[in-house]
Design a protein around this ligand. Structure first.
Ligand code: IFM
Length: 449
């Protein structure tokens, strides 16, 4: 019989027997039903309403997962997933972000969690995947120090409600990305961009993280808590761009993990956060954690930008660098090195909580979606996980981004990351070639373990 590698699978021999195979999504990107059952608006609803999304798209319908979750859980079961990472929509359960909870919204996640457990899929619940309630953004959002109390109260509500069935909790997904692109580059939350908002946002999100960890820990016996960070090597576009690369690395890769996991801000950010710091803040942020969630896609090439307040901008990549259809460099060895670095520096088990390829997949004339480029990408990147483990990294699981094609933020629905194609007008789900490949990989890895 052909070995896994002969059958086109990456080597997985170094992975633990209990290595967790999963997939990730987020609330706003898939749920839709934005006006249903008492949900309140988020900043992304506002952006959509203002026509700021590519193609004037909105998240109103997305993948209609709010109604179609049974079909989506059945797809996860067909894949053989051991775990599924989703996020709770803060404005769905607290329409004003605080105050009176919305029972209908809370009940939706009861149904989802129960369906996952019935399918023997472990729910991994993330509290915040970018959908800040508009009512709180109107009060300054993360730029307001009160945000840590708002977030702790929200975390307590979620922990009290689901902690009997959910044990895996993440606080934030990719805080460096939504602060850098929102408050820094002024993409989403454009009204509040700028140097002051950016640094306040960073510090208050870190405080919110710590407060949420405490709220969950106090309520959920046996909780396993982590935070999810986007970590990519920030490489200078030319030998002259090392200052830009250092600043990009500080903001992108270290502004959140370093204080959360090690209790320090990176040197390059000390001066920026110092005026915001109150006695005891670092201890409030640095709470005991159980694992590190790593989202990784590709290295980032940067150049010096002395006039930008964060002192870097995006630069050219070396000519000939292979890229995905959305122009992101493909570099599996950089992933392996990032896994080793994160495992060494933070000293906790690492779960790859996102990795995948964005493209513009389409069904062929026969209705099949043949995403061979995604399969090749996943093969190379999962091989890199195996290499990192063989070299000593403690990697415990891998979650593909994403289960379904979905709302890709500013890019709208034009960019597809799913193992499952979503035909948005009909909401028909079509498993892509990568779906079968990932299903068979999981099966083969389990058989070999
Ligand atoms: O879709 C996003 C996700 O929400 C956060 N990480 C990156 C993905 C692809 O851009």
């Amino acid at each position: 019989m052909a070995s896994g590698e002969d059958a086109g699978f990456p080597p997985v021999a170094a992975l633990r027997r209990d290595f967790l195979w999963g997939a990730s999504t987020s609330a706003y990107q898939i749920e839709g039903a934005t006006h249903e059952d008492g949900r309140g608006p988020s900043v992304w609803d506002t952006d959509g309403r203002r026509g700021r999304i590519e193609g004037k798209d909105t998240g109103d319908a997305a993948c209609d997962h709010y109604h179609r979750y049974p079909e989506d859980v059945a797809l996860m079961q067909r894949l053989g997933l051991a775990a599924y990472r989703f996020s709770v929509g803060w404005p769905r359960v607290l329409p004003q972000g605080r105050g009176t909870p919305n029972e209908a919204g809370l009940a939706f996640y009861d149904r989802l969690i129960d369906a996952l457990l019935a399918a023997r899929i472990e729910p991994w619940l993330c509290l915040y995947h970018w959908d800040m309630p508009q009512a709180l953004d109107d009060l300054g959002g993360w730029t307001n120090r009160d945000s840590s109390q708002w977030f702790a109260d929200y975390a307590a509500l979620v922990a009290d409600r689901y902690g009997d069935r959910v044990k895996r909790f993440a606080t934030f997904n990719e805080p460096s990305i939504f602060t850098l692109f929102g408050y820094g580059f002024g993409k989403n939350q454009r009204d509040k961009s700028g140097v002051e908002a950016f640094h306040r946002g960073i510090h208050h999100i870190n405080l919110s993280h710590g407060a949420a960890v405490d709220a969950i820990r106090a309520r959920v016996p046996g909780a396993s808590i982590g935070a999810i960070h986007n970590v990519q090597p920030c490489l200078p576009s030319s030998p002259a761009d090392t200052d830009g690369a250092r600043m990009a690395d500080a903001y992108w890769n270290r502004a959140f993990p370093d204080p959360q996991y090690r209790g320090v801000y990176p040197d390059a950010l000390q001066a920026a956060v110092e005026p915001l710091m109150q006695p005891g803040d670092l201890a409030r942020i640095h709470r005991p954690l159980d694992w590190f969630g790593l989202n990784h896609y590709s290295p980032v090439y940067v150049r010096n930008a002395p006039d930008a307040f964060f002192r870097f901008d995006f630069g050219d990549r070396p000519p000939g660098t292979p890229v995905t259809p959305i122009d992101w460099p493909v570099d599996a060895p950089a992933f392996r090195d990032t896994l080793l670095r994160v495992s060494r520096d933070y000293g906790l088990p690492v779960y790859v909580t996102e990795n995948g390829l964005g493209g513009s997949d389409k069904p062929d004339d026969g209705g099949a979606v043949r995403d061979d480029n995604r399969i090749a990408f996943l093969r190379a990147y999962i091989a890199a996980v195996n290499e990192a483990v063989a070299a000593g990294a403690d990697i415990r699981g891998y979650f593909v981004w994403s289960l379904l094609d979905n709302f890709e933020w500013d890019a709208g629905y034009g960019v597809r990351f799913g193992l499952v194609y979503v035909d948005y007008p009909t909401q028909k789900r079509i498993p892509k070639a990568s779906f079968s490949w990932y299903r068979d990989l999981i099966k083969s890895a389990r058989a070999a373990a």
